[in-house]
Write a protein that binds this ligand. Structure first.
Ligand SMILES: [Zn+2]
Length: 449
């Protein structure tokens, strides 16, 4: 079944409406925009057939939007998840069109949040709207939850889950915040990496100094911070923390993507920088990135000694690590190697465990079979099972609390550039995912609970 033109227009126009709202959850941005996007999402869900739609807050957390569409208790209940907060736009000058004015170029919708994850919201909304357009009921019961703090680590998740457990109870969880391995190839994600981040500030002076007048006699905080960061990994990039598990021999994967394609999609400049086991490296091994580093700037580069240096470090984790343990050891190690001649402050950190699931287990199999069939109908292509190097802190705790299978329908592809400048959504895949979710409702609806 292909989507009706009416439903396609609905999906793309409503997506543009949401993507025009700069709902950035990071500190330092105007958070009233998150309230605005929560309100707009609530309006959209009501239009799409959901009932009891409301904004939920817990102790100062950005609003969740929840709703449901109860049909009949003999049907299975699905819990649909996406998030409405977005990453900051990054370097605005690199955007080919303004980040919060979504436009279509070459079959892709460009703009911050067009893919991650406002497209995810629209997949659920449009799949439900399909039944509204037909004046019909879906063959399943639906519950929906749209989060407002996913991009900043979902720190209120556990209290939210505790307070709203009953209203979230479901037989299957459907998440639309992942990607497909390649444009046009439907993929089901069975593992996600965890994440630990820290922000480090090193201070040694009240103000920057002339490097000629003072150099040699005062401590340079930028040099100190660089040395500290360099001690976190060895020359091969191996992370030097005891809480990081030993990396097992790389698994071989049959994936429909070559090293050259991978390099080209990533935009790497030197092909020799990509290892042969790039799949295993991104799906199943930990990695450390220096997300940001700042002392002075290129614009202000001058013969000075900076007063302060800053860095943000992020470590992606596998199921072998415990995020809290890694976080604790990282902070301890940074503090231990700080010379007594400077001040250190470590702030704004998050810790989320990795997640993985077995699609063939007794509990999960029925849902994965239905998902596979639905995606094959929606895309006209065989499904690829994949890992994913990114993190969605929501999934693990919800899977555990509800003891239900987690199905991921991805709206991203390798050209999406989520979190980077010129983020975009491949529109043809977007329609196919909506179609697949409708097929999934049909497939799962005929199953016995
Ligand atoms: Zn996301």
């Amino acid at each position: 079944m292909a989507l009706s033109k009416e439903l396609q227009n609905f999906a793309i126009e409503e997506l543009k409406t949401l993507a025009r709202i700069p709902s950035i959850s990071f500190p330092g941005f105007d958070h009233s925009e998150i309230d605005r996007s929560a309100e707009a999402t609530a309006v959209l869900l009501r239009k799409s057939g959901f009932q009891n739609v409301e904004l939920l807050r817990i102790d100062g957390c950005f609003p969740y939007i929840v709703g449901d569409w109860f049909v009949d208790k003999k049907f299975p209940t699905l819990l649909l998840y996406a998030h409405h907060d977005v990453q900051p736009p990054g370097r605005e000058e690199l955007w080919k069109s303004p980040p919060f004015e979504p436009v279509i170029r070459d079959g892709r919708l460009y703009g911050r949040g067009t893919a991650d994850d406002k497209a995810g919201i629209l997949v659920h909304a449009a799949a439900a709207k399909h039944y509204v357009n037909l004046s019909a009921w879906p063959p399943v019961n639906l519950k929906i939850i749209i989060e407002g703090e996913e991009e900043v680590g979902s720190s209120h998740l556990f209290s939210f889950l505790k307070q709203n457990r009953e209203r979230l109870e479901a037989d299957v969880i459907v998440v639309t915040d992942t990607g497909n391995i390649k444009s046009g190839i439907p993929s089901l994600t069975t593992s996600l990496r965890g994440l630990v981040t820290v922000e480090i500030e090193i201070k040694s002076l009240k103000a920057p100094l002339h490097s000629g007048m003072w150099g040699g006699a005062v401590v340079d905080p930028a040099a100190v911070l660089i040395k500290m960061i360099s001690k976190l990994t060895d020359d091969n990039g191996k992370i030097l923390l005891k809480s990081i598990g030993r990396i097992p021999k790389a698994k071989k994967f049959r994936v429909p993507i070559t090293k050259k394609e991978f390099a080209s999609m990533a935009g790497v400049l030197k092909l020799n920088s990509v290892p042969d086991d790039f799949v295993s490296k991104t799906w199943y091994e930990p990695s450390l990135s220096v997300n940001a580093i700042q002392a002075s700037s290129e614009k202000l580069a001058n013969n000075i000694i900076c007063d302060r240096a800053y860095a943000r470090i992020g470590i992606r984790l596998t199921a072998r690590e415990n995020a809290n343990r890694v976080h604790k050891e990282l902070v301890r190690k940074l503090k231990a190697m700080t010379p007594s001649s400077v001040e250190i402050k470590i702030t704004e950190s998050e810790a989320a465990d990795a997640w993985s699931t077995d699609p063939y287990s007794k509990r999960n199999r029925w849902a994965f079979e239905a998902a596979e069939a639905a995606l094959e109908k929606g895309f006209g292509q065989k499904v690829v099972y994949m890992g994913c190097g990114a993190s969605i802190p929501f999934i693990g705790p919800f899977e555990n609390a509800l003891s239900a299978p987690v199905i991921t329908f991805g709206v991203e592809d390798p050209l999406t550039l989520a979190h980077s400048e010129n983020e975009s959504l491949f529109i043809s895949d977007f329609y196919k995912v909506i179609d697949s979710e409708i097929e999934f409702f049909n497939a799962i609806g005929t199953q016995k609970k």
